[in-house]
Design a protein around this ligand. Structure first.
Ligand code: NDP
Ligand SMILES: CCCCCCCCC/C=C/C=O
Length: 329
């Protein structure tokens, strides 16, 4: 029998999450039955969606939701032998017993020199989100000008690089000068620190005087309001997230976007990456090819120790991470 550690939501977040909102518990797991495996977490993901989803999907006392890369350490499933690696949505747990049907194997032929943690980042959900937002929602085309915010993060850093692969001019915004230096390394054409510019409107204008064809929206709120007047006619906006609003206790209000939407004939569409899951295998292979060809770079902010899951999550929401925030057990 294995005793698993699990981080639970002690109480629903009020405003910005704090360490006392979480509680570490022990669970005794049963032996795997036919068709089941015992998993041991290797890398766990901390993501912004956990903040809004905790309110809708969880009740107090539940184990925190989330995805991990895990190693099979006992198996009664022929497709998942001991030693293989899988991704599992079993939450913030050190171990778990589950049916093989609930697991996704990591891509076959995963290169030895590529960390398996990327299955939670560039070659996982955030990479797919970037790809689908640009291809399926924006319908991005060569020569266009693309804007992305939270640009040095897990999704944004891949968005900008795919924009460059597709022959676009890419503008990124981020919240520290170290992040701006990273965006330059990745090949972004222009980048600015939205926290230190004197006027967001002027900074957006200076970065792309002729405006933006595509806007990959990760932040929402005031930032979004400032971008709308600077969209070009027939511009497309992929609404991926709105992290600046996730911790609000009082809802933010306008300015409202309608006149820009009408007179510039804009298309604005929210999306969840799971909509195109039928394309995931082909898309993950494409992302992996770009990575191994050196066209796509990945950076991770790795926190060590399962004990530090809450700190890693809070740090990611604060903006401590460059690239994908993960925890290594
Ligand atoms: N629709 C979908 O299917 C998916 C949506 N998402 C969304 O994509 C977005 C990015 O996620 P992800 O790449 O994983 O996260 P990141 O790795 O980008 O981490 C979050 C970043 O958000 C920025 N941030 C935090 N608070 C604010 C704020 N108040 N204003 C502006 N920026 C802020 C910080 O960067 P900085 O220093 O630049 O402020 C921080 O580093 C999120 O909105 C998320 O919810 C993610 C995955 C799937
Ligand atoms: C328990 C793991 C659930 C994984 C869900 C991933 C959903 C990503 C959609 C994100 C939306 C906003 O951030």
């Amino acid at each position: 029998m294995v005793v698993s550690l699990a981080w639970t939501l002690r109480q629903h977040f009020q405003g910005f999450p704090k360490p006392s909102d979480f509680q570490l518990k022990k669970e005794t797991l049963p032996e795997p039955e036919d068709g089941e495996v015992l998993l041991e977490a290797v890398f766990l993901s901390v993501d912004p969606y956990m903040r809004p989803y905790s309110r809708n999907m969880m009740k107090e006392g539940d184990v925190m939701i989330g995805e991990q890369v895990a190693k099979v350490i006992k198996s009664r499933h022929p497709s998942f032998p001991v030693g293989c690696h899988v991704t599992s949505k079993c939450g913030w747990r050190s171990h778990w017993v589950c049916a093989g049907a609930e697991l996704i194997p990591v891509l076959p032929d995963w290169p030895q020199d590529v960390s398996l943690s990327l299955a939670l980042g560039a070659i996982g959900m955030p990479g797919l989100t970037a790809l689908y937002g640009l291809e399926e929602v924006c319908g991005i085309k060569e020569g266009e000008t693309l804007l992305v915010n939270a640009a040095a993060g897990a999704v944004g850093s891949i968005v900008g690089q795919i924009g460059k692969i597709k022959g676009c001019t890419v503008v990124g915004c981020a919240g520290t000068d170290a992040k701006l230096a990273y965006l330059k390394e990745l090949g972004f054409d222009r980048a600015f620190n939205y926290k230190t510019v004197t006027s967001l409107e002027d900074a957006l204008k200076e970065a792309a005087p002729n405006g933006y064809d595509c806007y990959f929206e990760n932040v929402g709120g005031h930032f979004s309001s400032a971008v709308m007047p600077q969209m070009r006619e027939f511009g497309r906006i992929a609404v991926c997230g709105s992290i600046s609003m996730y911790n609000d206790t009082t809802p933010q209000t306008g300015p409202y976007v309608h006149s820009h939407m009408v007179f510039k004939q804009l298309k604005m569409e929210g999306f969840l990456c799971g909509r195109w899951k039928h394309k995931n295998q082909e898309s993950l292979r494409r992302l992996m090819s770009w990575l191994t060809e050196g066209k796509l770079k990945s950076c991770e902010h790795v926190t060590s120790g399962f004990d530090n899951m809450p700190a890693a999550f809070i740090g990611m929401l604060k903006g401590d991470n460059i690239g994908k925030a993960v925890v290594k057990v």
